[in-house]
Design a protein around this ligand. Structure first.
Ligand code: PLP
Length: 391
């Protein structure tokens, strides 16, 4: 019996190597990666620029401390600030940690205005992580109830319901609104343009911080470096992680305007966050994304996948809705979803199921057109077999 705490129900496979869009198991069998380790390896596996950056930095300097200046951290911060318009950045090691920083920032922002019980507006079907702060912001009783009591200071409203947020205008405790512009774990939902514009206007009017969790949607995945740039709504606080390190753990909480003036010496900290190795890797990720404008591949790859799914699925009624933006793809299916992932694996592809009956695809930005078609056909096969096997 494994001595690893059983917090995950693992599929019966072990991958030992990855190359481009494929991973290989212990028997040498190849699988087409349609999941990117849940939106992490946006540049595919064993990308030479990333391998080179890791090797170079590993032979130079791994870790010092945030007690000192860190060259790669300063370079990365400058580059991200320039690319996003954000003004102050805090580096950490994961998406949850980036959101913890954002939650602390929002609370401190409230205290600076004399608000003693600062409250953050969050959405139904939101996912922000599993640490106690980010878990309190996350929706879903099954994730939360076993760990009660939750951190107070959150109020939850329905997705895309602007009136519900407007109704909170009289609540003097509210300091911020935290949303994923494209919800991932909660079922792949792109928030409506008008809703996001409405949130921006409301936050401006109320002096609330608009905080975007782009842990999953960022780093090229949704057709721009960060999804907010495509959606045309700029947040005050932006969190990211996952694809920023292409597999090396790094996260970041960025802020602009008043939000950028909130955290000072002693307000927050981390031993590993922003270490030389993580930042060197993220710099290589950013270089690769920007020099090739790789985010421009998101839509063509999406279209290639969806065209193949639609062409190869036997009964189009099994596909009731296609959601998401760029390479966050959600396919709402009528077939039972419990065997889809295992069947895809058995037939050589990695996919996922998000909340309910949403088949979820998160392929890398480095797919060729052929690989996009291949994934689409494999997904259609999974849906077709599920339908045939359903009495
Ligand atoms: N926020 C979003 C939108 C996510 O999708 C995730 C992870 O899936 C997280 C936060 C948590 O990130 P991590 O698992 O790196 O802590």
């Amino acid at each position: 019996m494994s001595v690893i705490m059983p917090t995950y129900q693992r599929l019966p496979v072990t991958f030992v190597r990855g190359e481009g869009s494929r991973v290989f198991d212990t028997a040498g069998r190849a699988y087409l990666d349609g999941l990117s380790g849940i939106a992490v390896t946006n540049l595919g596996h064993s990308h030479p620029a990333i391998t080179e950056a890791i090797n170079r930095q590993a032979g130079t300097l791994l870790h010092t401390s945030n007690l000192y200046h860190i060259e790669a951290q300063e370079q990365l911060a400058d580059r991200l600030a320039e690319a996003t318009g954000m003004e102050q950045l805090f580096f950490c090691n994961s998406g949850s940690e980036a959101n913890e920083a954002a939650i602390k920032l929002a609370r401190r922002y409230g205290h600076m205005q004399g608000i003693e019980q600062p409250t953050i507006v969050v959405l139904e079907s939101a996912f922000h992580g599993r640490t106690m702060g980010s878990l309190a912001a996350t929706d879903g009783e099954s994730k939360r109830a076993p760990f009660a009591p939750m951190l107070p200071g959150f109020v939850r409203v329905a997705r895309n319901d602007l009136a519900a947020v407007q109704a909170l205008s009289t609540d003097k405790r509210v300091v911020a609104v935290l949303v994923e512009p494209i919800q991932g774990e909660g079922g792949v939902w792109t928030l409506d343009d008008a809703y996001l514009a409405g949130l921006r206007a409301l936050c401006d009017q109320q002096n609330w911080l608009l905080m975007f969790d782009e842990v999953q949607s960022g780093n090229g995945r949704c057709g721009s470096l960060y999804a907010f740039q495509r959606l045309g709504i700029t947040p005050d606080v932006l969190t990211t992680a996952k694809g920023l390190g292409n597999g090396f753990p790094i996260g970041c909480c960025m802020a602009r305007g008043t939000a950028a003036t909130v955290l000072g010496p002693g307000d927050h900290g981390t031993t590993f966050g922003g270490n030389p190795l993580g930042c060197a890797v993220a710099l290589a990720v950013l270089d690769t994304l920007q020099s090739e404008q790789l985010w421009l591949r998101a839509d063509p790859i999406r279209e290639g996948i969806l065209a193949a799914v639609k062409a190869d699925v036997h009964d189009t009624n099994t596909l009731t809705e296609i959601r998401g933006t760029g390479l966050m793809i959600g396919l709402e299916v009528t077939v039972p979803s419990n065997q889809l992932v295992a069947d895809a694996l058995a037939h050589g592809s990695l996919i996922n199921v998000a909340a309910g009956n949403t088949l979820r695809l998160l392929p890398p930005l480095t797919y060729s057109d052929e690989e996009a078609r291949e994934l689409g056909s494999l997904v259609a096969g999974v849906i077709n077999r599920a339908q045939e096997n359903t009495p």
